[in-house]
Design a protein around this ligand. Sequence first.
Ligand code: ATP
Ligand code: MG
Length: 203
Amino acid sequence: MGGTFDPIHHGHLVAASEVANRFDLDEVIFVPTGQPWQKSTRQVSPAEDRYLMTVIATASNPRFSVSRADIDREKATYTVDTLRDLQNQHPDADLYFITGADALASILTWQDWAELFELAKFVGVSRPGYELNVDHLEGHLRNQPADAVTVIEIPALAISSSECRRRAAEGRPVWYLVPDGVVQYISKRHLYVPGGNGRVSPA
Ligand code: ATP
Ligand code: MG
């Protein structure tokens, strides 16, 4: 599961847990992005902070782990590179790429999308405020196996990292939207507050 994870929140964790259960996955690897190419207009918190928050949030689940593949890569993050790296590291694994409905909708803006389907099966999960369908992919999916993209309904959590950042910037609580350890990490590192670490605006 790739993401900016700025910060990681319970929407991400429920999505991962639901897909792991539904597809009987051995492991879910969270892969925080390096420099997110689609988010270059806003400042993103330092990769190390996003990585550590992801580690804190996933540490208690034996099936969850975190990969540095994207944050240690010099260039901007493309999902195809992430999947190639993961395939090299786990040559015998069947890879599934977990995305929310919004990310799935923009799948065709990703690079080398045709190769993406060769590297992994895609699982789109429902997300409040976004329509979950693959109709726009139909033309491209015609020549793909039926399970190239699966969409599943998961418990709806209307949480976004943007809203968490906005709340932290305004001094409002993020308790229960993100894991407790992440609340404490945000506060310890002064993330998302004006003049704090890594960012100047919460937008
Ligand atoms: P931002 O508001 O900064 O874009 P975000 O909450 O969308 O943050 P990302 O790191 O961009 O989080 O998302 C990583 C992945 O998790 C994406 O595939 C996204 O669709 C999915 N996702 C994020 N929040 C939810 C949610 N509440 N329910 C389901 N999927 C989610
Ligand atoms: Mg997002």
